[in-house]
Design a protein around this ligand. Structure first.
Ligand SMILES: NC(=O)c1ccc[n+]([C@@H]2O[C@H](COP(=O)([O-])OP(=O)(O)OC[C@H]3O[C@@H](n4cnc5c(N)ncnc54)[C@H](OP(=O)(O)O)[C@@H]3O)[C@@H](O)[C@H]2O)c1
Length: 166
């Protein structure tokens, strides 16, 4: 199973200025296009309830799994209350071969801590927040291997890393 973490970060490594901020408020249209392309390729997206609330609707053409301890009622969204490992094992049993982990910080942290992430895509946008929401925290260092650097536009760079086998 490929478990692909996708995040847009500020040049000082934050994913938002505050937990309620939508990424669309500060990321480039090229980053949005990349997110759409990559999530359509994977077919399945997993995200936390707070991130979903910044979007507020299902993702057209993709299966959306929202992690929450409380069942939600948005049509076209699967609400799941489970650990990352249980979610991935369930999807594997269903024959899924690739998923995107779409944040936010708490969800990225849990998937990284569980050692489930195989690929990391970071879009670096040309802004310093000077504070805000960390990409992820609470795990031992994870060595990455740089696969590709793509310039999305004159100001924005996309980094693709693979997680090195431990
Ligand atoms: N720049 C980017 O690429 C990017 C991407 C995604 C998000 N973000 C930003 O990240 C911020 C949100 O991150 P966040 O860490 O505050 O929240 P989050 O990870 O989006 O959501 C946290 C919530 O998800 C649920 N949850 C998480 N793990 C769970 C599990 N294993 N089982 C059941 N429920 C689980 C809980 O919901 P309940 O409280 O309902 O139980 C928890 O309160 C926003 O500002 C958003 O814009 C940025």
């Amino acid at each position: 199973m490929r478990v692909v973490l996708i995040a847009a970060i500020s040049a000082d490594g934050k994913i938002a200025q505050s937990p309620l901020q939508s990424s669309l408020a500060w990321t480039s249209k090229e980053d949005t296009a990349f997110f759409v392309e990559k999530t359509k390729e994977a077919g399945v997206v997993i995200m936390g309830r707070r991130t979903f609330e910044t979007i507020g609707r299902p993702l057209k053409g993709r299966r959306l799994i929202v992690l929450s301890e409380t069942p939600g009622a948005v049509e076209g969204v699967e609400y799941v209350n489970a650990s990352p490992r249980d979610v991935i094992e369930r999807l594997e049993r269903e024959g899924v071969t690739q998923v995107v982990v779409g944040g936010g910080s708490s969800v990225y942290s849990q998937f990284l801590h569980a050692g489930l992430v195989t690929d990391v895509y970071l879009t670096v946008e040309p802004i310093l927040f000077g504070g805000g929401v960390h990409l992820a925290e609470g795990f031992d260092p994870i060595q990455l291997s740089l696969v590709e650097v793509t310039k999305l536009n004159a100001q924005t760079v996309l980094l693709h890393y693979q997680v090195a086998p431990s």
